[in-house]
Design a protein around this ligand. Structure first.
Ligand SMILES: O=C(O)CCC(=O)C(=O)O
Ligand SMILES: [Fe+2]
Length: 353
């Protein structure tokens, strides 16, 4: 196994090896229509500090904005979240240091099994049946209920622990706000999905500079599992999201956290807040992105919320109940292909082979 970083550093590499060519069988990959009229200035911005506002008018306004952002976009930028910019920069720095370590040092963390708490690798993941190799190295860690972290670089655990804890508080508050936006009791999601033992995965993506970026893909179109994903990045863009059938480039505003809704929020809300397709393209500059997937507890069974506001005679449940860990297993052992995992548990959808 070779990391893309190593491939990108081969002496005189002018052309990308052909196993990295993106194959166009992915139904959402091609043609890549980039909507340049719709730039990312339209992405909703949520002022996190207003969620705690004592002014009921301000509070209900931000709850409405949050609901609209989830329903119409599935992506929004969170500002005034209270996490220090210096901490986020430090984390990106530590991650960069990790990927710059020697190959042998990194492959020590390869992991053997799907639920191993620390996994370093390249492309999508090593059990995948995907035939394309993606221009991406990754490090995946279990962050919660228990923190797992490589022992190098030295300050990794400390920085990760602090960022993990702070971002968990932000996630919980956003999820309560999202429940409120649906008219649900604030604690309903917390209780039904056992969020005190929420499963959280930390994913660091390293996309080395690429001599022919138009031929490859960093990550193919996919939706995220879990409830909400938090994303931060170095100063290089590459994320694209699908909105009204077109791909839009996203360049988050400095010091914001980009949040997107995941498959399990779609299930819990019975399709009201849908997860959104996104992908990562690469370019001639090295890019680092860091995501945290905030998920239900591993042993929680996820189904549309048991509330007449979510399922009733007019809106019967659209998704089959499934244990969260079983869903992750499907997601991790199949090629990334749009929202095909979610399609498997949709009621009335034809069974997939
Ligand atoms: O690198 C990015 O911007 C996207 C990463 C992503 O979608 C993921 O890790 O699930
Ligand atoms: Fe993603």
């Amino acid at each position: 196994m070779r990391s893309v970083k190593l491939v990108s550093e081969l002496p005189n590499l002018k052309a990308v090896p052909c196993n990295y060519y993106v194959d166009n069988h992915h139904k959402y990959s091609s043609p890549a229509i980039i909507d340049t009229n719709h730039d990312d200035s339209l992405i909703p911005i949520i002022d996190f500090s207003l969620l705690s506002s004592k002014d009921p008018h301000q509070h209900s306004k931000v709850i409405q904005q949050l609901g609209r952002a989830c329903q119409q976009w599935g992506f929004f930028m969170v500002v005034n979240h209270g996490i220090e910019e210096s901490l986020m920069k430090e984390l990106i720095g530590v991650i960069k240091e990790f990927f710059l370590m020697g190959e042998e040092d990194k492959w020590r963390y390869k992991g053997e099994k799907m639920f191993d708490p620390i996994k370093y690798g390249t492309s999508f993941n090593y059990t995948s049946k995907d035939i394309t190799t993606y221009w991406r190295d990754y490090l995946k860690l279990s962050l919660h209920p228990q923190l797992h972290c490589p022992d190098q670089p030295n300050n990794f655990r400390e920085v990760l622990g602090e960022y993990g804890e702070k971002s968990r508080k932000v996630a919980r508050k956003l999820l309560s706000g999202i429940s409120e936006s649906l008219g649900l009791e604030e604690e309903l999601m917390n209780k039904s999905l056992n969020l005190d033992s929420s499963y959280e995965v930390f994913v660091a993506n390293y996309y080395p500079s690429c001599p022919q970026p138009e031929l490859v893909m960093g990550l193919p179109p996919h939706s995220d599992f879990g409830l909400l994903t938090f994303l931060i990045q170095n100063d290089v863009g590459g994320l694209q999201i699908q909105h009204n059938g077109k791909w839009i480039n996203i360049n988050p505003i400095p010091n914001s956290i980009l949040v997107n809704t995941g498959d399990h929020l779609e299930i819990f809300t019975n399709g009201k807040y849908k997860s959104v397709l996104h992908r990562a393209v690469v370019n001639k500059m090295e890019r680092i992105s860091i995501g945290i997937a905030n998920c239900p507890a591993m042993n929680a069974t996820v189904s549309p919320a048991a509330s007449p506001l979510i399922q009733n005679e007019r809106f019967p449940p659209l998704y089959l109940p499934k244990k969260y860990s079983e869903y992750v297993e499907i997601q991790q052992t199949n090629p990334l292909d749009g929202k095909s995992c979610l399609d498997r548990i949709k009621i009335n959808s034809p069974p997939l082979k």
